[in-house]
Design a protein around this ligand. Sequence first.
Ligand SMILES: [Zn+2]
Length: 267
Amino acid sequence: MVRSTVLFLLIAVATSASAKGWSTPAGGRSTSGGPEVLFTFDDGPNPTTTPKVLDILAKHQIKAVFFMVGEMVDTQNKKVPPIIARILRDGHVIANHTMTHQDLCRVKTIEAAIADIDDGRAAIEKVAAVQMVWFRAPFGVRCDRLDGLLAERGIEHFHWDLDPQEWKHNDKTKTVNYVTGSLARSSARNVLLLHDIKPVTVAALPEILAWIDGENAKRTKANQKPIRILQAPELAIEQLPTGLVAFARDAIERLRGLRGDLASVLP
Ligand SMILES: [Zn+2]
């Protein structure tokens, strides 16, 4: 009896935990048919470490997603606005990670949760001058209240598949081994969670990318699918509703036509 009660409780806990989680794969299915990885960086920007992450990404021509914290953007530090301008210039995507990085399922009032989502968005949009499309809750929490708030705002949560937890253990080798080991075994699309405010992330990133280069050279020789690095803007376009993509394509065609018409009547 005791045993069955314990078993029941374990099942109940496991079921309720998975019911609160976000569905994976977080970025949809692989379109290359092989392993894919999207780099995402949370909690920044940081005036010291974020530019180093940007240098590494630029060297490898990788476009990532930066889930920023409003407080880190809305600061007196004069180095921050040029970093945000560079992130956009380099072709990365900026997204909202709340104003003060609280657990939105545990903050006492719904007003506090609302303020953290909306103020974060406003603070980042004010400096970046681009609209936030993606949102990620601090700690990746999920609850009915947050589901409701996101639905009201037409926002979908952008979760992750791979979390090396480098922010917690600060161990470069552990971080590299987790990411490379996961990618070596994967044939799916992986959204990788990293933190551009952490020196350990800056140290691990070149090793992860060097491993991908080496692994892909081996795979190409063996006629295997390489690990594809997914570029953030590509994913943004992929996630647009099909109708909107068609609309945008038609609009561009119409503009081209208009240009042609104007050219024919102008001297
Ligand atoms: Zn975070």
